[in-house]
Design a protein around this ligand. Structure first.
Ligand SMILES: Cc1cc2nc3c(=O)[nH]c(=O)nc-3n(C[C@H](O)[C@H](O)[C@H](O)COP(=O)(O)OP(=O)(O)OC[C@H]3O[C@@H](n4cnc5c(N)ncnc54)[C@H](O)[C@@H]3O)c2cc1C
Length: 293
């Protein structure tokens, strides 16, 4: 393993300045569960690792009581999200996703920010944040800018972040009344397994508790980047939600996915699992909505 210098700035400005001084050879680090593996294996050879651990505010998980907006700092760990009663009760799709990432050890140090910026198609944390219309706040040498989480990704391991830019937090608008959400990481094993396919569904119903006001169907490992199944979402909007309609939405989502064969699974199997689990997650959303009435 190539030696590197570990830098530990206390402010975002300091981190960006460090990065500016060594831009070609410096890398930001969250929990390091991806970065350190890559450095050890020789896939990445930075001269400087800039840890974001000591920067105040990046670890905050907070809901604004007045606006209902949820704010998740980039350095919030999967374990913090998993253990939060607010996340368990009000954002089940986040809980479903983060509670199945890696192992307890990985969840204790791995961060939601690192999960997004690593930008792999299988990032479990990306799917709920896209489904919830999350917005990423970025901070770089030219100041701050916001971008929808769904627009962060360009291709595997590549995001829209400019040199020196870092992810500060993700904000999530308050879910509308009568909203349910659920995620399943479908794989061959229950633990320590990247998903064969990841399926997240969010449904908001009208006051009649039948008609779909809003649908989000988000898929991991179904394309080079985490994706939304826009055709399936459009199909559901305005329709009375029942099992047959969800089966149809599952077929549409499977058809618009860009699944492929890989060492972990075959494309046809991934499509089948999208069909099956869009229906299942949709039914789970309805159950959540009815239980919260
Ligand atoms: C054994 C094992 C099992 C795993 N299982 C899963 C799994 O089931 N599901 C899953 O989705 N992932 C899994 N992972 C991958 C990894 O743990 C997660 O992606 C984790 O969330 C990464 O977060 P981190 O803080 O450790 O990222 P780091 O390793 O610190 O960083 C990852 C990337 O993001 C960049 N980065 C980090 N934070 C920021 C920031 N705030 N701003 C800008 N750039 C930043 C880094 O420069 C780097 O490029 C697993 C990893 C291991 C080692």
């Amino acid at each position: 393993m190539k030696a590197f210098k570990y830098l530990s700035p206390k402010t975002i400005e300091e981190a960006i300045a460090f990065h500016g001084q060594h831009s070609e050879t410096a890398k930001y680090m969250g929990g390091g569960t991806d970065v350190i593996v890559k450095v050890k294996e020789g896939w990445m050879e930075p001269d400087f690792l800039i840890s974001l651990k000591k920067i105040k505010g990046l670890c905050e998980l907070h809901k604004n009581d007045a606006t209902g907006e949820l704010s998740i700092g980039a350095m919030v760990t999967h374990a913090t999200l998993e253990k939060s009663l607010m996340i368990q009760n009000e954002y089940p799709i986040i809980y479903d996703a983060v509670s199945n990432i890696g192992s307890l050890q990985v969840r204790n140090v791995g961060t939601i920010g690192g999960n997004l910026i690593n930008a792999v198609p299988s990032a479990d944390g990306a799917i709920p944040l896209i489904a919830l219309d999350g917005v990423a706040l970025l901070h770089g040498p030219d100041g701050e800018r916001s971008v929808e989480v769904k627009d962060l990704f360009i291709e595997p391991y590549k995001t829209i972040l400019k040199p020196g830019e870092l992810l500060k937090k993700i904000t999530i608008p308050p879910p509308a009344p009568h909203t349910g959400s659920a995620y399943i990481k479908f794989g061959r094993r229950a633990a320590m397994e990247l998903p064969l396919i990841g399926i997240g569904v969010l449904l908001t119903l009208e006051d009649d508790l039948k008609t779909c006001a809003k649908a989000r169907i988000c898929l991991g490992v179904a394309a080079p980047t985490p994706m939304r199944a826009f055709d399936a979402e459009k199909f559901l909007a305005g329709k009375e939600i029942n099992e047959e309609i969800l089966i149809e939405a599952g077929k549409i989502a499977a058809d618009e996915s860009k699944v492929r064969d890989s060492v972990r699974g075959k494309a046809w199997h991934r499509k089948e699992m999208i069909r099956v689990h869009v229906r299942r997650m949709g039914l789970k959303c309805i159950e959540i909505i009815k239980n919260n009435r």
